[in-house]
Design a protein around this ligand. Sequence first.
Ligand SMILES: *[C@@H]1O[C@H](CO)[C@@H](O)[C@H](O)[C@H]1NC(C)=O
Ligand SMILES: *[C@@H]1O[C@H](CO)[C@@H](O)[C@H](O)[C@H]1NC(C)=O
Length: 253
Amino acid sequence: MKYFIHLFVLLCLAHEISAVGVSINKNTNNFKLTTNVNNTISLHCEVFNNIGNETLIWYREKSQVDIKPENSVNSSYVCISPATHKDDGVKFTCLLQSNNTIKVTAVLDIKFSPMLSGDDNVTVEVGKTAELTCNFYANPLADMFWRKNGNIIPMVKSRYTQYLTSDSLKLSISNADKSDGGIYTCLARTSMEEVTRDFILVVEDRKDVLPIEAIAAAVVVGALIILFGMFARREKILKHCMKTRERSFQQTE
Ligand SMILES: *[C@@H]1O[C@H](CO)[C@@H](O)[C@H](O)[C@H]1NC(C)=O
Ligand SMILES: *[C@@H]1O[C@H](CO)[C@@H](O)[C@H](O)[C@H]1NC(C)=O
């Protein structure tokens, strides 16, 4: 019985050792490859325990990577130079052409400075709601804040509301008054650094709603009606032309 168990264990080990496998940068299991933006990433895939030549294939997410044939037998290199923020989270998989269940995946984890964007010039009328939206994109994750004149915005004012999603920090100021105007700073803070983006809010006097806007609207509607009329007619004219052409074609036949 003892011998039997020993033999069984040995057989299992032998099987483990002899099974064909692939590795990327010596990792035989899927792994995360962390590096900073702008660095060069070199991925080296190797087959092991193979008997003959094995052809390796690379995938970047769902699409196959173009590699030279001489860079595919038993061992293959893929180079990402330089790594950009767009490579963050991207999966590179190396697999055997002869058996695509034998594979290993590297998930890229690219660290970069927070990137902030958004409409940074917002104008609103007195009494309306002003909305500032700061879109962010960061790895590592950033803590997000709004500041005005260097100070964290006082939340005591009930007119101020902040909304945080996975990719934006919004500041909504209801019933805007002139004193709300100014420079608002969106701030992203990671363990490494702070990045800011300024947003300018202009609160202007109410415009005269009538009559200029009403007249403008009427003019636009009028123009549209005329335009649509012209298009409809043009189509008719074209159709007519085509018909006459067909007819003349038949006549010449
Ligand atoms: C691939 O590996 C096998 C097994 O080790 C070996 O016999 C073969 O010569 C290798 N081929 C190349 C091109 O290195
Ligand atoms: C592919 O490899 C797996 C895991 O080693 C194995 O179980 C399977 O039989 C192989 N398939 C073929 C077609 O060789």
